[in-house]
Design a protein around this ligand. Structure first.
Ligand code: 9UX
Length: 72
């Protein structure tokens, strides 16, 4: 099973931030795809909910020093 989650990610100010957050997300177990947009502060993540929860995704982003909120 694959879910698609939208996250609002705060604190990204340059393209390297985007690469950093994408890299973090893509390394998480259960994450199949992650795309982050600087202009909208949005991230879209496809993940297997049997391997990772949306809360874990939020925590991983916050651990990297950014703000994160699950949207839908
Ligand atoms: Mo850009 Mo982001 O110099 O944490 S990498 S501000």
């Amino acid at each position: 099973r694959t879910l698609t989650g939208q996250f609002r990610i705060g604190g990204m100010t340059c393209a390297a931030c985007v690469n950093s957050v994408e890299g973090i997300l893509r390394k998480l177990p259960g994450v199949k795809r992650a795309v982050v947009a600087l202009a909208t502060s949005l991230g879209e993540v496809e993940y297997d909910p049997s391997l990772i929860s949306k809360e874990d995704i939020v925590l991983a982003i916050e651990d990297a020093g950014f703000d994160a909120e699950f949207l839908q």
